[in-house]
Every structure is written in C-alpha cells, then in structure tokens.
Design a binder for this molecule. Structure first.
Ligand SMILES: [Zn+2]
Length: 354
C-alpha cells in the first residue's frame, strides 16, 4: 500500500482502529524481541521502565485513531516513543542497567515495520507443524480478533497473558481456521512473547486432529498433546525466531504454570495430561532403558501419531487415564509392541481393552 493511503484491516473481525493498535504493539514488541525478557517483567520492574512502557501505550492510543496505512501508523508511534525515550534518557539520573535497557529499546524500536507480525510468526510455526503431520495436515488460516476482557479474568500482575487461541472443529479434511483472541487494551510484552506457545499448541494439538470435536477438558487434546506442544516449542523456538526464543521459552513456561494451576476443568485436564505424559516418559526410561531425551521424544511421537488415529476422543482420553504408575500389564505389553511396529491404532485398541 502506498504511504498515507486510507487504512483497512487484514482481519474481518477486527475493526481498523483495533487492528492499528494491535499492529503497533506487535510490530514494536517484535522489534524489541531480544529485550522482551527484561521488558516483560512487570512485577519486578523499576518505575522508569514501567513509565517508558506507559508512554508507549499512550502514544499508541493517541496515534492509532488516525486512519493511516500500517507502515505510517507504526512509523509515527516509533517516532513519538523515540522522542519520549530521548527525553527520559537526557533528563533523568538513571541506574546503569535501566539506561542500557531504555537505550537499547530506543535503537531496536527504530527497526519496527508495518508488516503483520502475527501472520509471520504463525506461518513459521504452521510450516513446522505441517512437516510433523504430513498428509494429515489441514491448511490453517489465521484470524486475529479482539476480546473485551482478560481471558482468565485475572489481574495483569498475576497473569499478563491477555491472549488466547482456539481452532474451531473443522468438518473438512483439508483446511482449518485458527483464531487468536487478544484483549487489546492490555496487550503487553509478556503476552506477545507467549504467542509462539499458543500457536504451537493450536498447530500441534488441533489443526490436524483426526478425532471428533475437541473438548476443553480433554486430558488427551489439552493434556498429553499440550505436553508435546511444549516439547515442540522448545525444539523450534530458535528456528522460528532466534531473537525471540529466550522470551518465548520463558513466557511459555510461565503461562504453563498459570494454565495448570486453576480450578477449572480445563486446568485439571491439562495438569492430568501432563502428569500422564511424565509417567509414560518415566516408563520409557526405566522399563525400556531410554535416555530422558529419547523417552521425551517417544512420548511426543506417540501423542502426534495418536492425534491422527481416526477414533473417538473418548478412547484417546481413556488411554491417557491409564497412564498412571504402575501401568496395567497389558498396556505395558502393547507399548513394547508399539515401539517395534509403531502401529498406534493397535496400541489404542489394546489400551481401551486393558
Ligand atoms: Zn487446545
């Protein structure tokens, strides 16, 4: 789009003004990605860092109301924040680490551009998940939308991750749609750094899922497979974006802690499925002599293969519930057979019967 052309939005559910606000945040956090660990520490942050991020918010809110194209919108916000940071750095006695962080932020932000950071990140992740699923892959489209409140109704101090994602069940074998929902008003650096794990979860757990509709309280889809999603986030983080990877890994783990600790059926399913995955991993180590890393990989391979078996979700959930120590002898035998022949349909049938 030529500069200063009237603006629009790439996402049907996002009004142009919301889009510009989300884009400006995403574009600048992307530019600041090597410093997002420090900038995302809202709890332990000094007043000057918080003040600089508040300045950024104010400029975004003031400058994204104008109907300008994406590139111009981002450039105007960057220029305004640059001036505010320059003033802060010039006038205040600052501790050396704060001065270093704000100086780095000012320099890095100058590289922010108007291209869609969400679509770019999603493409990087879905490309890797496609390689994992091969023929079973459904080509996903990404939609970004605004939600009017925190997805877990939490305070930002406790839970800065004001983002969530979902993949409505697709009746179709070739396409799917992933939705990223952002509470735009509070969308900060920590939430941006949590986007890779959200996208990895949707791509690994839901896009290629063969079973019937996923339920939020499925110990398979939201538990065992989610455990595998963390494995893939870790494996892919540097390839997706080396600059973002330290923050992406750290915030993925923090979000995991929050998502597993609640009292909701979703939290319980997640925690239960993660525990089952650890039990199975331990079994591969102690009973089959695999290294911890090999055992971890075997659990993820099994989870991904199970996701492609055309059987009801209830059977896969039942499989997960049987993964508690000690494993039923028939299931141990079936797992040993699976290691040799990788026939996941037979394993599931044996687990259901065990
Ligand atoms: Zn899910």
């Amino acid at each position: 789009m030529p500069p200063d052309m009237p603006a629009s939005t790439p996402y049907v559910d996002l009004e142009p003004v919301r889009w510009r606000g989300i884009l400006a945040r995403g574009a600048i956090y992307h530019a600041l990605r090597t410093r997002l660990v420090a900038l995302g520490e809202s709890a332990g942050q000094g007043a000057h860092i918080r003040g600089a991020l508040n300045d950024l918010e104010l400029h975004i809110n003031a400058l994204t109301v104008d109907e300008l194209d994406d590139e111009t919108t981002v450039r105007r916000v960057v220029e305004a924040w640059d001036a505010a940071l320059t003033q802060k750095l010039g006038m205040m006695p600052l501790e050396a680490n704060v001065r270093e962080l704000l100086t780095a932020a000012r320099t890095l932000a100058r590289d922010a551009c108007g291209s869609d950071p969400f679509e770019r990140m999603f493409a990087q992740i879905s490309q890797r998940a496609r390689a994992l699923y091969g023929e079973a892959w459904r080509i996903p489209t990404l939609a970004v939308a605004h939600v009017g409140s925190h997805p877990r109704s939490a305070s930002l101090q406790q839970d800065p991750y004001v983002v969530t994602a979902r993949t409505p069940w697709s009746p179709d074998a070739v396409t799917s749609a992933v939705q990223l929902l952002i509470f735009c008003d509070e969308f900060g650096p920590a939430a941006y750094a949590a986007l890779p794990i959200l996208f990895v979860h949707e791509c690994v757990c839901h896009v290629a899922a063969k079973q019937d509709r996923a339920k939020n309280d499925s110990v398979f889809a939201e538990g065992l497979l989610d455990w595998a999603a963390y494995y893939f986030l870790d494996l892919w983080a540097s390839g997706i974006d080396p600059g973002l990877s330290p923050a992406a890994r750290m915030h993925a783990q923090r979000l995991r802690g929050l998502l597993c600790q609640g009292e909701t059926p979703e939290s319980r399913a997640r925690l239960y499925g993660h525990q089952s995955a650890e039990t199975l991993r331990g079994w591969f180590e102690t009973r089959c002599g695999h290294s911890p890393h090999e055992a971890e990989e075997l659990v993820t391979v099994l989870a991904v293969k199970l996701n492609q078996v055309d059987r009801p979700l209830t059977e896969k959930d039942l499989f997960v519930t049987k993964l508690s120590d000690p494993l039923p002898p028939d299931l141990e035998e079936a797992l040993r057979a699976w290691e040799d022949d990788q026939n996941t349909e037979d394993l599931l049938a044996a687990a259901v019967a065990a």
